[in-house]
Design a protein around this ligand. Sequence first.
Ligand code: SF4
Length: 545
Amino acid sequence: MEKKPELKPEEAAMELVACFPAKVARKRSKQIVINEVGPEEQVPEVMANVRTIPGIITMRGCSYAGCKGVVLGPTRDILQITHGPIGCGFYSWATRRNQTRPATGEDTNFMPYALSTDMQEEQIIFGGEKKLKKAIEEAIALFNPKAIGIFSTCPVGLIGDDVHSVAREMEAKYPGINIFGFSCEGYKGVSQSAGHHVANNKVFTDVVGLIDEPKEGKYKVNLLGEYNIGGDAFEIERIFEKAGLTLHSSFSGNSVYEEFASAHTADLNVVMCHRSINYLAEMMEKKYGIPWFKVNFIGAEASAKSLRKIAEYYGDKELMDKVEEVIAEEMKEVARVRDDVASRCAGKTAMMFVGGSRAHHYQDIFKEIGMKTIAAGYEFAHRDDYEGRKVIPSIKVDADSRNIEELKVTADPEKYRDRLTEADRKRLGDEFKFKNYEGMMPDMDPKTLVIDDLNHHEMEVLIEKFHPDIFCAGVKEKYVVQKYGIPMKQLHSYDYGGPYAGFQGAINFYRDIDKMINTKVWSLVKAPWDDSPELTATYACDQAV
Ligand code: SF4
């Protein structure tokens, strides 16, 4: 495919919606903005977290996918039972390459399993609670778990099965096992974002705070919103250990039940994926007094910055020196590979449409090898993920958001502990922002395109007009992009690569992108629809009678 002349973003924005009916085009236009960063990081308003228009092929997943697949999926010893038809369970089974590492071969690891009640027509008509109880008993007999999560799918909500009362009943029967249900029916929200919120609420009310035993070690940190895709959490754990930090728990990559249950004993929460887990960070701060701030371990510079911020929070000279030593040591190899790769990748362009933080995080790592992101967006973000948390008070709560329970959280009379003294607050100053996230847009260049909930038609327009050197999204987009002769990197599952977090991860990413962009194979690809479109038709009115 030939490179098209550079198109002005204003023209591209119009072209993206040109084929839609006027009403649809009007709505989509509010979700497509041309970035402009003003004073105090003021950016244009983008419409987000609204329903996808029926008939448009979205990149999104459902609420069940966000709850079971994203947030709870990566834990290894909470037995997870999908209550619903087998398709939902299969869909969320081991497709995201979350890795886990039990200490020994005998330790519990349920991640290779996908348990489902496999609802049939009979249960849809007469109710599936009996089958769910039987499934729980069968699972207990087979696996003897310490905790069970039950995940509701669309049919369960439609017929009115009460997974919570089943959970209570079974818990009374098996008092040693923590059994809890998630009302995460696929239709519960406009995207997987609703499922993240449901998962946060239930883990907070039913698991966090149950075990008061703190972990051994100094500087105890919970890492929130890190799901250990391709081994990312392993690399972050390696760096933490090297710097002398204690990773108390990771929500939820490579995690175990006890770490969730005792997470309230840690000193600090750091948040990687803002959208999927900011609720838990907020609630833990209110109930237990744990401060939180946003970090990013994608990219070597971002990793160094995040490590420095954590050390600064503790304000311990010994820790700060150790962190500098680790950064200096790790950066030697990073710089060597980065400079070599940058010599071939600088000036190339990327587009990325993924997640609720990843499309932001990966812009940093592309910048390190001299690449420019010309269009980006999220599948399930809210306005604050784009524009920064300062816009939260101005976000209108609609019926879809009201669907998800907002928990009223107050300080725990016994377990609340203010981690920061007045002296700490003074030392850290106003510049050290807690519970803040500036969002993706302030970090993007002016005149770049920001598009929420991109669809396949718009993706094809972007590719034809801009011909990016690499496109990053998920598996639903992968093969269409490749047929255009454009390399495509999955940022949900990393294809077969990773880890990409931390310093070693940055090196892996530089090398993988170099190989993808600089191979000649893409110029040999000819899209099948160039010669023979599969679907051809004529209007009846145009046919001769
Ligand atoms: S949308 Fe409903 S039926 Fe489809 S996978 Fe999600 S929960 Fe299952």
